[in-house]
Design a binder for this molecule. Structure first.
Ligand SMILES: [Zn+2]
Length: 306
């Protein structure tokens, strides 16, 4: 071997060897860096994990202790006596659509007292300023009052002037998507929405209900009960007969018929019809069956505090 030739070729050999080795060196460096990084991360996070475990356990135990110390109140499920108007009603041959009624967390939406108070929004100053809107709001009020009178034969209703404290509030505003969103978000307890009679794609009315605790759980003397409140929004810009049909239908929901009939001859038929029917024996039979059911509404909450 000529060592001079070897010496001459040496830089080339070294370069070749180095080029072959380079990828391995890079990989090794990356692996090393990743390993060091991972170890550093574990070291950094571990104390945090270890610290967060302790308060979580403590909080959980504290919560369990709170529950053990103060049990939640019971919500008794019982039927209320039938209002005399419904007790006297009898039309068994007409049938009903009770099987279409929704069972909600309080069971059935039964008013535990009569009369049920209804607030009907009066004309606003803006509406009274124009003969057209003044007349329109008056027609709306007449239609709603008419529906109240019709249902009053089966369940006593009383029109009140104050919105505050009214069991059912009937408002002259078009149901808006924005309002639906806000009502579902602020839902406390139970709250539902229902889209009813449609004109084209626009809703003409919407009714929602809210279950809340009346009285204070901290004060047994206030006799806390689960109470109910309905808000009905009914557009004023509809032909009188549809307005009346919508008011009649929505009021049916607010009295407890939380569901729809499959028959066009019932007020609670799920869609708008050309010739809106008046309250049918099937509507009243269904209402009566609902009021015969047990409910959690209106009963004094039993405090389990020993
Ligand atoms: Zn409906």
């Amino acid at each position: 071997m000529n060592w001079k030739r070897v010496l001459r070729r040496l830089p080339g050999l070294v370069r070749q060897w180095w080029l072959k080795l380079l990828p391995q060196v890079i990989t090794s460096c990356s692996l090393l860096a990743m390993t060091v990084g991972a170890i550093a991360l574990v070291l950094l996070v571990h104390p945090l994990l270890a610290r967060s475990e302790q308060p979580l356990t403590a909080a959980f135990n504290a919560n369990r202790q709170t529950i053990a110390q103060k049990p939640a109140p019971d919500f008794p499920l019982q039927a209320h006596p039938l209002p005399p108007t419904l007790a006297q009603w009898s039309a068994p041959q007409a049938g009903d659509y009770f099987d279409q009624i929704e069972v909600v967390p309080v069971n059935y939406l039964v008013w535990s007292h009569v009369p049920i108070t209804v607030y009907i929004q009066p004309p606003t100053a803006t509406e009274l300023a124009s003969p057209f809107t003044a007349q329109r709001s008056q027609a709306w009020i007449t239609a709603v009052s008419q529906a109240v009178q019709e249902w009053n034969r089966y369940l006593p209703l009383e029109q009140v002037e104050q919105l505050e404290g009214a069991n059912v509030a009937v408002l002259r505003s078009p149901p808006s998507l924005q309002l639906e969103t806000s009502t579902s978000q602020e839902a406390t307890g139970e709250q539902r929405e229902r889209s009813i009679l449609r004109l084209g794609r626009a809703r003409s009315a919407v009714t929602n209900y809210k279950v809340y605790i009346q009285g204070s759980l901290k004060d047994p003397a206030s006799k806390p009960t689960l109470a109910l409140r309905y808000t009905m929004q009914l557009r004023p810009d509809q032909a009188t007969q549809y307005l009346q049909a919508a008011a009649r239908h929505e009021l049916g929901h607010a009295l407890g018929i939380w569901g729809h009939s499959r028959s066009q001859t019932d007020v609670m038929y799920f869609s708008q019809v050309r010739h809106p029917p008046s309250i049918s024996p099937r509507d009243v039979n269904t209402l009566k069956r609902i009021y015969e059911q047990p409910t959690r509404l209106g009963w004094a909450l039993v405090d389990n505090d020993p």
